[in-house]
Design a protein around this ligand. Structure first.
Ligand SMILES: Cc1ncc(C[n+]2csc(CCOP(=O)(O)OP(=O)(O)O)c2C)c(N)n1
Ligand code: SF4
Ligand SMILES: [Mg+2]
Length: 256
């Protein structure tokens, strides 16, 4: 596939990161065909299993530090706002270590795309619970089960001012590819939380395969903030797709 690199992929066989990688490469390849020059793309990652993705895609890239992808990309856009900046972050990375950076990037409406590999676990460090681990999650740091309720990233981003808020699933790479393309084309802060099974520490394939449905195929109004907040609360069935999209002043346009 175009955009392949020489790096050996070291994710566990069956990891949801493979679905994300395929979606992202296909999205970037199609965006290049649609006219965005390849050299305009710049990707950055946090720290964790997810972060290796920057080694596997042959565009300009920057291996950032834990939780600091949003300020890294903000700096890149301030230096050259013509670049297309996409960040790949983990749930532990961005909902624990770097949560304030995520909120401020959304509030500023920086024109970047953040893709969260949300596997509900600190995977690279072998299984500690994160902000999105379900209540009762058993892992290295919670051997008797987590007693905390998980964070709702979609609602957090909606109230923080994100102008494009979506959720994808690594098990539906074609749908995820389309979401990523729309997120990249959106002018302003785009947020895509991706449900990502981790076969080693939080294997959620069966759970998500039964529960996910495409909210955009069911007449959801993506301009309706209150409806988006309600959809974000659904748990019996899990909506994927675009929850909310709007236009607002972009940080770097005003800054410059
Ligand atoms: C500042 C800092 N704190 C802690 C670590 C240790 N660390 C490395 S990877 C990792 C887990 C990352 O989890 P997540 O962001 O969910 O990514 P995943 O491995 O699940 O893809 C941690 C805590 C670090 N590298 N830097
Ligand atoms: S530990 Fe989990 S997230 Fe990391 S490569 Fe293996 S399956 Fe993927
Ligand atoms: Mg994780």
């Amino acid at each position: 596939m175009k955009l392949d690199t020489y790096a050996e992929i070291t994710w566990c066989p069956g990891c949801g990161n493979f679905g994300i990688l395929t979606s992202v490469k296909n999205a970037i390849n199609e965006l290049i065909k649609e006219g965005i020059p390849k050299e305009k793309f710049v990707i950055a990652s946090g720290i964790g299993c997810h972060a290796k993705i920057v080694d596997y895609i042959n565009v300009n890239s920057f291996y950032s530090i834990h939780g600091r992808v949003p300020p890294t990309l903000t700096g890149i856009k301030l230096a050259n706002k013509d670049l297309v900046a996409i960040g790949f972050v983990g749930d532990g990375d961005i909902y624990d270590e770097g949560i304030s950076h995520l909120i401020h990037a959304a509030k500023r409406n920086t024109d970047i795309t953040i893709v969260v590999h949300d596997n509900g676990v600190f995977a690279l460090t072998t299984g500690q619970f994160t902000a999105t681990s379900p209540k009762g999650f058993k892992g290295k740091s919670t051997p008797k089960g987590s007693i905390e309720n998980p964070l709702n990233p979609i609602k957090l981003m909606l109230v923080s001012g994100a102008t494009f808020v979506a959720r994808g699933y690594a098990g539906k790479p074609e749908h995820l590819k389309e979401l990523i393309k729309k997120a990249v084309k959106h002018k302003g802060f785009s947020f895509v939380d991706v449900l990502q099974p981790c076969v080693a520490f939080n294997n959620t394939y069966n759970f998500y395969n039964k529960k996910v449905y495409d909210l955009n195929a069911e007449g959801h109004d993506t301009s309706n903030f209150e409806q988006a907040m309600k959809k974000a609360d659904e748990k019996e069935k899990i909506p994927i797709g675009i929850f909310y999209e709007t236009q607002a002043q972009v940080f770097e346009d005003h800054f410059n």
